[in-house]
Design a protein around this ligand. Sequence first.
Ligand code: DC
Length: 220
Amino acid sequence: MASVAIDGPAGAGKSTIAKLVAKKLGAIYVDTGAMYRAIAIYFLRNQLNPENPDEVMQAVDQLEVQITYEGDAQQVWLNGENVTPYLRTEEVGNMASKSSAKQPVRDKLLQLQRDMAVNQTVVMDGRDIGTNVLPNAEVKIYLTASSAERARRRYKELTEKGESCDLAQIEADIIKRDEQDMNREIAPLKQAEDAYYLDSSELTIEEVVEEILARCESIR
Ligand code: DC
């Protein structure tokens, strides 16, 4: 089945865009960051250190991640518990950035991600989808935006949810996440050679979706 891979740094709007593109294509949206976030929850709850190889092995041996769908909304299960409501905090995102750099953690999720694209058309977002998970994806997009713009969007999202936050701190966190995700040894975030580079700093959501759909003609 056909696949659309959308990679890019934290806060580039990948999930918002990927969901809309999936809807237009009648495809399934697969959020791989959410899977890494579920593993991060395991590390946090069990106070495991991602820099300790024994503790990483202990975690991957003891945890199981499963994906289901409620309508078109992806649900992530960690050892039988639906952890979807707890995934999108800064604490979990920061731990996911650290633990996802470890090979056993990546090995744990790779096959699950590939299997999801076998029998259905997917729009999958993450960091290494076009380069590593689905290297034969029909459409590959590298979606980015300036760190200042990504921080502004994240700030708006958090304040609208009623959470108090600091714009400068958010941008500092984003830059740190970029640094970790782009410079790790295993499956770092980088643009696939055959990916289309799309900077959304000056574009509306609709414009970004249109740009991507224009590249999906062959699979529509
Ligand atoms: O997209 P996100 O913020 O939900 O991702 C959380 C972290 O998970 C991110 O900092 C890096 C990691 N990740 C990854 O290494 N590979 C992916 N395909 C998706 C996410």
